[in-house]
Write a protein of this length. Structure first.
Length: 221
């Protein structure tokens, strides 16, 4: 079970940066002047927030592998690849996490005062620099509570990868239950581990939020 806990943490930590990048990219696309980009970002967010996470995992693990091999057959006949459970789990969970993070980032962007961006552009900063130097630091502070909730959901969703035989905490718990015939004991231990992860994550999020708010209070003085 400790080995499974390591896999669960590795899966969640590997998913987080990809999900954040997808979410931030989709949120930026939603502000684009191009209707096609706005529509693409909205379709992505709506699709993966509407699909059950387990179904997304199966589509990536089975359908993604089939699609990739068919594309490879066009350029390299006879070559086949196999998507491992870990890679499939990271991809599927990142797609789901990114869809929810996009809405969090979009809401945070809407809360930013427009005058700050206008002032940055008036000072001669390019739109990219204005976003990176002026908007992005404030964006993280505003988005942090929503992202912390998304991280808590992500930790729970990692249990779904046990259905594709990845040896995560839930998979190892099921194996222990089958070997010992003590379901209550081992499922209770798994429950306590997930609760401990949630408590630690909440404490870290509170510290990050307090640090971000301290910077705002200091700037206000």
């Amino acid at each position: 079970m400790l080995a499974g806990l390591g896999v669960t943490l590795a899966l969640a930590l590997a998913t987080l940066p990809f999900g954040l990048a997808l979410g931030l990219g989709a949120a930026v696309m939603q502000r684009s002047r191009l209707m096609a980009l706005r529509g693409l970002a909205q379709a992505y967010s709506s699709l993966f927030r509407g699909l059950p996470e387990l179904l997304t995992l199966f589509i990536v693990y089975y359908g993604g592998q089939m699609l990739l091999n068919r594309l490879l057959a066009l350029v390299a006949p006879g070559v086949a690849v196999e998507i491992g459970p870990f890679a499939a789990g990271v991809t599927a969970l990142a797609l789901v996490f990114g869809a929810y993070a996009a809405e969090v980032f979009a809401g945070a962007m809407g809360a930013l005062p427009r005058g700050q961006r206008e002032a940055a552009l008036a000072l001669g900063l390019s739109p990219g620099l204005a976003f990176r130097l002026v908007e992005l630091p404030q964006l993280w502070r505003l988005a942090l509570p929503g992202l912390a909730n998304g991280w808590a959901v992500l930790l729970k969703d990692t249990a779904l990868v046990s259905t594709i035989a990845l040896a995560d905490l839930m998979r190892e718990t099921q194996i222990a239950v089958g070997a010992t015939r003590q379901p209550f004991t081992f499922y209770l231990v798994a429950c306590l581990i997930y609760v401990a992860l949630a408590l630690v994550s909440s404490a870290v999020a509170d510290r990050l939020q307090a640090r971000a708010e301290r910077g705002v209070r200091f700037a206000g003085r």
